[in-house]
Design a protein around this ligand. Sequence first.
Ligand code: FAD
Length: 441
Amino acid sequence: METLHIIGGGMAGSEAAWQAAEAGVPVVLHEMRPAVGTFAHRTGQFAEMVCSNSFRSDDDERNAVGLLHWEMRAAKGLIMEMATAHRLPAGGALAVDRDPFAEAVTARLKSHPMISFSYEEVTELPSTGNWIIATGPLTSGKLAESIRAQTGADSLAFFDAIAPIVYAESVDMSVAWMQSRYDKGETVEEQTAYMNCPMDKAQYEAFIDALLAADKTVFHEGETAGYFDGCLPIEVMAERGRETLRFGPMKPVGLTNPHNPQKPYAVVQLRRDNKLGTLYNIVGFQTKMKYGAQVDVFKLIPGLQDASFARLGGIHRNTFINSPTLLDSQMRLKSRPNIRFAGQITGVEGYVESAAMGLLAGRMAAAELLGRDLLPPPPETAMGALITHITGGAEAKTFQPMNVNFGLFPPIDARGGRKGRKDRYKAYTDRAKEAFLGWIG
Ligand SMILES: Cc1cc2nc3c(=O)[nH]c(=O)nc-3n(C[C@H](O)[C@H](O)[C@H](O)COP(=O)(O)OP(=O)(O)OC[C@H]3O[C@@H](n4cnc5c(N)ncnc54)[C@H](O)[C@@H]3O)c2cc1C
């Protein structure tokens, strides 16, 4: 039996090692800590939670991350088992006692007869053998450079410059309209690719005031190197001059508002974020505003007054590859199929999502070594929605890391409006559970 090598003993690598070993495949887990650290990790334990101690909602009936918990438990995931064993009281959320949790994951991995360990920094993308790269958002510099050299400069990002993402159904289309600037494009679909939200002068001034006054977060020491290249936060642009945004991402040119003959003073554009057309990102709106402040400020944009956000904006140190162009549906590098990627480096975001992608990569790699086929879970499931998103569902050009959310799932009938939303979420999770049990069976 060939050995599976996994680089990175974080959320994804730990889960991948467990899944492959449980399937009967010998695993070597390569981890650089404690000898080489990162700015966020504190210990040498596997599956260290680097910041909050929450796995977010545990509601598997009406919440997408709660559904992901359910699927990972159904798949006998080590991370979920240990998180559940070390849960702290937190209402409907799964809060975790972080140190005992990481110690328990480490102990379980260490006691597994099929897993051995190599404590070292891997500095090159390996050329032979079977590998899973699960080195996370803080992948060490040398390995990141090697990945970049093998895959191309545009295929690896060192920062998330995340524009907020809105659920399309929550935009008020009696205010906004669909149009590409100067009606560019060959087809009607291309000519109407953007949602546009118009502002008059008073609305623009009020928006700039709110932006300048909003609470912002600060960067970690050493985190900012290089981030100013082409991804300035909107509040930094506003600080450089009240008109800067009107001549940048909010320029009102090439657009005609069908609801109002008066020319808008500024326009906020939203670009389609997934093939399903359920999610739109606000173009150029990466920001370091705190989450609460973002919601208040963005709801000042006409048309977004009732918007729901699939994710809020941010700028973080985050190493991730352009998975939609680089990976096949088995999470293998198309150019080097002996190498899989898993975890946050594939462009999912969060402890749970990263562990889930580790679970899939571990199972897929094990199946391949055992001479079996393992299809990805169906897109109606939370794991299937995530892997579909990163390996083809997302737009490659604007690819940004993503938490699991119902906007990634094939839509379910939207009738019922706001009141019907809870029932609709239940319909999503019922459909997902049935599909997941079919897959796992
Ligand atoms: C500052 C910060 C705060 C965050 N806060 C949150 C939060 O509050 N909630 C949340 O859900 N997510 C948060 N995240 C995201 C979180 O890090 C990920 O969701 C999750 O840990 C990713 O899992 P992973 O397995 O992909 O990476 P990690 O858990 O980071 O594991 C990667 C592992 O690879 C190792 N490694 C790296 N390079 C090498 C190498 N060359 N050779 C050998 N080993 C290597 C690292 O030491 C690490 O152990 C945060 C991230 C950062 C950077």
